[in-house]
Ligand binder design. Structure first.
Ligand SMILES: NC(=O)C1=CN([C@@H]2O[C@H](COP(=O)(O)OP(=O)(O)OC[C@H]3O[C@@H](n4cnc5c(N)ncnc54)[C@H](O)[C@@H]3O)[C@@H](O)[C@H]2O)[C@@H](O)CC1
Ligand SMILES: Nc1ncnc2c1ncn2[C@@H]1O[C@H](COP(=O)(O)OP(=O)(O)O)[C@@H](O)[C@H]1O
Ligand SMILES: [K+]
Length: 502
């Protein structure tokens, strides 16, 4: 599936119009026709069925008028309810409004709050707003959206959104006040990236792309989904031994947060690392020796924390390193953490308190072989913005994380995002069961293990995110929510077996 952001979509439309020397209204014609053709194919509405099209004054409304005209021609009883000021119709929308009226179509104008009663309806088309939404829905639109959702529920009829369900931000996937709950979204030309992200995904329903003349067969959008079809897996051969599967060093834990280190280590082993060595401050190490017999534990220094003198530890013999889970936020520890990022010469992943350390040293650059895995709060701290600013534009901020640090950037959360410098990648696995302590530590261990087994940093990040989410989906299928981070680690081999060995 081709996936684009809205700027890219508008550029595509403009480039097509210029090169084909045709007006954009020709695309609107194609879009509206494709919408009605898809509705016919999926719902096969009978002659005389009543469909209601809600149209706005922007070009999304124009698509709606074109679809309504094709519906009427096909013998459907179609009515258009135009919401908002008809004086503000774009030129192309007005032309299609006039064409619909000339073909005998009925249009009711309504302000939003006072909608006509819809007593019998077989389907609703949402052509209120598409990619033109930039701010939270104004009140009259909020009322219309609520009325559409309530009517669809009451009448048990499908709602087909044109391009984007009204209220969904097509770039970020955020809900701008409220949104139409579509059964089917027919997106025009190429899928808009926001449609593939949470929370929008629950409003989109079945997603269909209506291909237009402007999207050439070889066109690839700047956004990609991370699915089982495009990730890379580490392999074993019958001759593999622990020395060929990579040695991970983990710098994690402090007194009181030993568990973070254990989860990271366990996940690294479950993700196939040949060997795992855990470096931990002495007083913390004492508490966990033997907890995971497969892990080699190296107590460090003489304190409860990592400290600057620990930069002397020899890290040259490892294939990948994980740094930061549960190391705490003592000043000496943060100085040590930042200094270590300069000393490490192999690929590494930096998470949790390691990211806190980086945030104390603004401007510190990381090598391209480093993966950072902040959640929203850690990203906000790194970029010196608020959590809300990040939440409002996660795709923009994952790119900002890469730009600010130079590392492969992962922004965790529902629909984890990845940016390595060229394409935005959106993960498709995972569920709210992951909203439990320690699941981030397991992700760090997985990515470190994949780096140690030779995957390139961007591939290790993509496979790691997908695998972690797939393990959680398997657990959610078994238990619902309430599974533990340890169990996410333990579920990894089952997913590997399904994906690689069967
Ligand atoms: N450029 C073109 O000719 C084409 C456009 N297409 C369609 O046109 C859409 C984009 O059209 P536009 O750029 O006109 O934008 P939209 O029609 O998506 O949105 C603009 C309209 O929404 C209203 N609006 C925006 N934010 C609002 C808010 N917060 N509260 C209430 N009302 C709000 C505006 O007042 C305006 O009427 C696409 O999604 C697609 O459906 C397609 O037909 C392909 C061709
Ligand atoms: N609602 C959700 N849907 C999908 N994944 C989620 C959700 N909530 C959290 N996660 C995932 O769970 C993990 C939590 O990581 P993090 O917050 O660092 O936890 P911790 O610090 O306790 O290890 C991340 O991989 C994140 O993407
Ligand atoms: K719409």
């Amino acid at each position: 599936m081709r996936i684009v952001n809205t700027a890219e979509m508008r550029a595509l439309e403009k480039a097509w119009s210029e090169s084909a020397q045709r007006p954009l209204i020709d695309l609107m014609e194609q879009a509206g026709k494709a919408v009605w053709d898809t509705i016919e194919k999926i719902y096969a509405p009978h002659t005389g069925a009543h469909w209601v099209v809600f149209a706005g004054s922007g070009n999304n409304g124009g698509d709606g008028y074109v679809a309504a005209r094709y519906a009427a021609t096909a013998g459907i009883y179609v009515t258009v309810i135009h919401i908002g000021d008809p004086q503000k119709m774009t030129a192309d929308t007005r032309t299609n409004y006039e064409r619909f009226c000339a073909a005998g179509g009925q249009v009711t104008f309504a302000a939003g709050g006072q909608l006509p009663e819809i007593s019998e309806v077989h389907g609703i088309v949402d052509a209120l707003i598409g990619i033109g939404l930039t701010a939270p829905l104004r009140s009259h639109l909020l009322e219309t959206v609520a009325a559409i959702n309530a009517t669809a529920k009451k009448r048990d009829c499908p709602v087909v959104a044109i391009d984007v369900p009204t209220g969904v931000n097509a770039d970020t996937g955020n809900i701008m006040g409220d949104a139409v709950k579509a059964s089917l979204t027919i997106t025009i030309g190429a899928a808009k990236q926001g449609l593939c992200m949470c929370p929008a995904r629950t409003y989109v329903g079945n997603l269909q792309v209506a291909g237009l003349a402007m999207t050439k067969a070889d066109f690839v959008g700047s956004t990609v989904l991370i699915t089982e079809k495009n990730i890379t897996w580490p392999r074993r051969t019958p001759l593999s031994h622990k020395g060929t599967q990579g040695h991970v060093a983990i710098f994690a834990g402090c007194v009181g947060m030993e568990g973070a280190a254990l989860l990271c280590a366990k996940a690294a082993l479950r993700a196939g690392a040949g060997k795992v060595t855990l470096f931990m401050p002495k007083n913390a190490a004492r508490n966990i020796i033997g907890h995971i017999p497969e892990v080699m534990v190296k107590p460090v220094g003489n304190t409860d924390f990592f400290a600057l003198k620990d930069t002397e530890i020899d890290v040259s013999g490892y294939d990948a390193i994980a740094i930061g889970c549960g190391i705490g936020r003592a000043k000496e520890t943060t100085d040590w953490g930042v200094a270590m990022t300069e000393k490490i010469s192999c690929p590494f992943v930096c998470d949790a308190d390691g990211l806190y350390a980086l945030a104390q040293h603004p401007g510190h650059r990381l090598p391209a072989r480093c993966v950072i895995t902040p959640h929203l709060g850690e990203a906000a701290r790194l970029l010196h913005v608020t959590n809300r600013e990040i939440a409002n534009d996660r795709p923009g901020y994952v790119k900002a994380l890469h730009a600010a640090t130079g590392a492969v950037a992962v922004l965790k959360g529902a629909s984890t995002l990845l940016f390595e410098g060229t394409r935005l990648a959106v993960n498709t696995t995972g569920n709210a069961g992951l909203a439990t302590a320690g699941t981030g530590d397991t992700l760090t261990g997985i990515i470190a293990a994949l780096l140690a087994q030779g995957l390139a940093p961007a591939d290790a990040a993509a496979t790691g995110i997908w695998w972690h989410g797939a393990a959680a989906d398997r657990l959610a299928g078994q238990y619902g929510y309430g599974f533990l981070a340890t169990e996410v680690a333990d579920a990894l081999p089952y997913i590997y077996k399904e994906q690689v060995m069967e």
